[in-house]
Design a binder for this molecule. Structure first.
Ligand SMILES: C[S@@+](CC[C@H](N)C(=O)[O-])C[C@H]1O[C@@H](n2cnc3c(N)ncnc32)[C@H](O)[C@@H]1O
Length: 389
């Protein structure tokens, strides 16, 4: 069933607050009829587009292909509809499967039960067709099936990504509270940073802002480090087409000169950041420095800062207050003429920064409500002819 020409609907998931950024990315790589909804973008594309989007999109978490929709009234009804799907045409019986169900329905409220019922239908259909059944393996999965139920309406999807796309594959190690790679890329895009300006990542932890910035600046597709994608296990997987798309994307990699400064007070964190940058092949683009933010040398020209301070779970309230006050004072005194973007889930702590925010954006890191705020540090006084350098 190789069918690379036909366009079909595609659904892409992201974090709440990044939908428009993702929609732009989807348009830029050729997605058709792009629309955005909460945590979701939908578009039309062909099989090649599925491959390309998994490799190239920076702000998508999952890319799903709907394979069947129906309405149902009873459990039996649900099972029969699932049984009708020719599962054996989508993947072979030797593939392991996992089913993940998302429910907004009074009919079904137990996602485990729905996943079980769906699995029964898949297994029974395989047995009927070929006398053998596929097995569920949530640790070593080949085929990811997603069920979405709203009231009595069901859509069944094949998840083309498999493991969430924030797992780029370059992170060998991480600090205690690492930033999601997809969130970091989304923040960089929201900020409008361009690689013509220096970038400071002064609480770099495992280095996510710096590494994502290098990938973005040099047009490096974020998916090229992954061990694989779920679509490689689909019956219609076209390896020649995938290789062509991969070659085409990698041929567009650039080597722009970058000024990216990653620092952290923890030597352990900095070592982790360096190792991760090596995995991504961008270590020579980043200048690493084990130091506290207060001691980072002031830039000589307009720069962008991306700061992801500790949220405070492991700190006393007084320590958090002191830390955020220090960030504000350091920005004001050492980074005049620069633009800082700070991302935190501790909106209380932001009150201690003591600087005027010129933009506030609500973002959700999963269920965690976070704030992305911008501070513009004017050189001179704002009244008397303030300017950004
Ligand atoms: C939430 S983590 C950052 C996670 C990071 N964005 C990542 O991708 O892994 C906060 C980091 O701030 C660092 N930090 C805390 N206070 C600091 C200070 N005054 N100067 C420099 N780094 C600091 C911690 O060592 C920690 O690595």
């Amino acid at each position: 069933m190789k069918n690379t020409e036909t366009q079909f609907p595609i659904l892409l998931r992201t974090y709440a607050g990044l939908e428009e950024i993702l929609a732009d990315e989807v348009r830029n790589i050729g997605g058709a009829e792009v629309e955005s909804y909460t945590r979701t973008v939908v578009c039309k594309g062909d099989l090649g587009f599925i491959y390309k989007s998994n490799l190239a999109l920076r702000t998508a978490l999952k890319i799903l292909k709907p394979i069947h929709s129906f309405t149902f009234n009873t459990n039996d009804d649900y099972y029969k509809h699932c049984f009708e799907v020719p599962w054996h045409e989508f993947f072979s019986v030797d593939k392991t499967i996992t089913i993940d169900s998302l429910l907004f329905s009074e009919k079904f409220n137990n996602s485990m039960f729905v996943s079980q019922l769906t699995k029964d239908a898949i297994v029974d259909r395989f047995r009927k067709e070929i006398g053998k059944r596929p097995f569920v393996d949530s640790k070593d999965t080949n085929i990811y099936i997603s069920v979405y139920i709203k009231d009595n309406q069901v859509t069944l999807y094949l998840d083309s990504s498999g493991e969430s796309l924030h797992k780029r594959g370059y992170r060998a190690e991480q600090v205690k509270a690492p930033l999601s790679e997809v969130m970091a890329a989304g923040i960089l895009k929201l900020s409008g940073w361009s690689h013509h300006f220096p970038l400071y990542d002064p609480m770099c932890g495992s280095g996510t802002f710096s590494i994502e910035a290098c990938l973005m600046a040099n047009n490096i597709p974020p998916g090229i480090f992954r061990p694989g994608f779920a679509f490689e296990h689909w019956a219609d997987y076209d390896k020649t087409l995938f290789d062509q798309i991969l070659d085409n994307l990698t041929s567009k990699i650039e080597q722009n000169p970058l000024q990216i400064f990653a620092s952290d007070r923890s030597r352990v964190a900095l070592q982790i950041a360096e190792n991760n940058a090596k995995e991504a092949g961008v270590e020579s683009d980043i200048q690493f420095n084990p130091t506290i933010f207060q001691k980072v040398a002031s830039p000589t020209r307009k720069s962008w800062l991306f700061i992801n301070p500790p949220y405070g779970e492991r700190l006393q309230p007084a320590e958090i207050e002191e830390l955020y006050k220090t960030i504000g004072a350091t920005l004001k005194h050492n980074f005049s003429g620069c633009e800082a973007w700070l991302f935190t889930s501790n909106s209380e702590a932001l009150n201690h920064i003591g600087l005027h925010t010129s933009r506030k954006i609500k973002l959700y890191n999963g269920p965690l409500e976070c704030r992305l705020v911008r501070y513009e540090m004017y050189a001179g006084t704002k009244k008397g002819g303030a300017h950004l350098l």
